[in-house]
Design a protein around this ligand. Structure first.
Ligand code: NAD
Length: 370
């Protein structure tokens, strides 16, 4: 039985992880620590709110005293660290929050964990508490690839190119240093792009679905030929679970879907999926009457090329052989099944009124994305 502290558990991947964890490990206790920034949504945790093994705490990971208190009061033995500023575009226009949360915040967690799990027990003559600090990171720390380069392995040298990836790289190094210097029992996973339910609509896949429903332009950076590897978010949760149960302390594990797509091709795929849904389900036309191009089966008309992102990395690809060979990891979802589930989830959850109420949000998203 484990007692988990999940930082950033009200964000996209954190929420999916908490749902997955409580469903598959019902004996465990989960405490979520989340500052509820623009990207956090407590309502996404409603399905587990009544679970006796679930606790939500609103707070900042930079508040070391609060983190120490949570680790002690809840007898936490496993910390899974998702909390971050995660949007590359925002890191270009305003890097401060990325340095604060991703670097200082991770440092704050490491300090608190070392104190509660190692220093305090030793000072009182007790054995060190058996623990795990799992740090969730990204493949973006490895930099960019050409079309013919081999995929990133765990031995690829770090070469981050955006303030976001640089801040994540710095946090990865701090985690590594706390293991080598102080013996903190850490693991790190570097995952490719996630997609699935509860994704904040500034990110590519939900943005495209929501803009089609609103008949708004579908922004494509530059030529749209930037390539990313995509993984269904629950498969990421599964990978982290494996690393926690069988991963070697002090190791990094890449997690990926072996599923490379150019941005423009993903956008076209979603256009097709949406057009098919609208052609088959008359109810959708009633629920989203403003989705004129989708109703006509012509969502692709909305594709609009915009100025490329500054310093945009061309290609990410993940070699996930280590987690697959050592821990037996394989994603459950194919991209076809995962994207289908994702589109269904958004079509079920969203409604026309919500989209109108959130006009301010989507306007902001468009500005950031452009
Ligand atoms: P997200 O932006 O959707 O969620 C981040 C969460 O962290 C939010 O709930 C936010 O409120 C919370 N948070 C932010 N600052 C905080 C602070 N100072 N204290 C406490 N909580 C704070 O991010 P995500 O997409 O769910 O990503 C989660 C983690 O996974 C991040 O570390 C990210 O770098 C990593 N990652 C993401 C992807 C991806 O495709 N989204 C891929 C690989 C790795």
């Amino acid at each position: 039985m484990k007692n988990l502290l999940v930082t950033g558990g009200a964000g996209f991947i954190g929420v999916n992880f908490v749902h997955y964890w409580l469903a598959n490990n019902p004996q465990d206790k989960v405490v979520v620590l989340d500052a509820l920034t623009y990207a956090g949504n407590k309502a996404s945790l409603e399905p587990v709110q009544e679970n006796d093994n679930f606790t939500f705490v609103k707070g900042d990971i930079c508040d070391t005293d609060l983190v120490e208190k949570l680790l002690s009061d809840h007898s936490i033995d496993t910390l899974v660290h998702f909390a971050a500023e995660s949007h590359v575009d925002r890191s270009i226009t305003g890097p401060d929050a990325f340095i604060e949360t991703n670097i200082i915040g991770t440092y704050s967690l490491l300090k608190a964990a070392k104190k509660v799990w190692i220093d305090l027990p030793i000072a009182s003559g007790k054995p060190v508490i058996e623990h795990r600090f799992h740090h969730v990171s990204t493949d973006e720390v490895y930099g960019t690839l050409s079309a013919t380069d081999p995929a990133f392995t765990e031995d690829t040298a770090y070469a981050p190119n955006s303030p976001y990836s640089a801040s994540k790289a710095a946090s990865d190094h701090l985690v590594r240093a706390y293991h080598h210097t102080y013996g903190l029992q850490v693991t790190t996973s570097n995952c490719s792009n996630n997609y699935g339910p509860y994704h904040f609509p500034e990110k590519l896949i939900p943005l495209i679905i929501i803009n089609i429903l609103q008949d708004k332009p579908l922004p494509v950076y530059g030529d749209g030929q930037q390539i990313r590897d995509w993984l269904y978010v629950e498969d990421h949760a599964r990978g982290i679970e494996l690393v926690l149960s069988k991963g070697r302390v002090g190791e990094n594990y890449n997690i990926g879907g072996n599923n490379e797509w150019a941005n423009i091709d993903i956008i076209k795929l979603i256009c097709n999926l949406m057009d098919v849904r609208f052609s088959k389900d008359p109810n959708l036309k009633k629920r989203f009457p403003q989705a004129r191009n989708a109703i006509q089966g012509e969502s692709r008309n909305l594709i609009t090329h915009v100025k490329d992102r500054l310093g945009h990395d061309r290609r990410y690809a993940v070699n996930a052989e280590k987690i697959s060979n050592e821990l037996g990891y394989a994603p459950y979802e194919t991209f076809e099944s995962g994207i289908d589930k994702t589109v269904s989830w958004y079509l079920e959850k969203l409604n026309c009124d919500e989209l109108q109420h959130d006009e301010a949000l989507y306007t902001e998203v468009e500005e950031v994305t452009k």
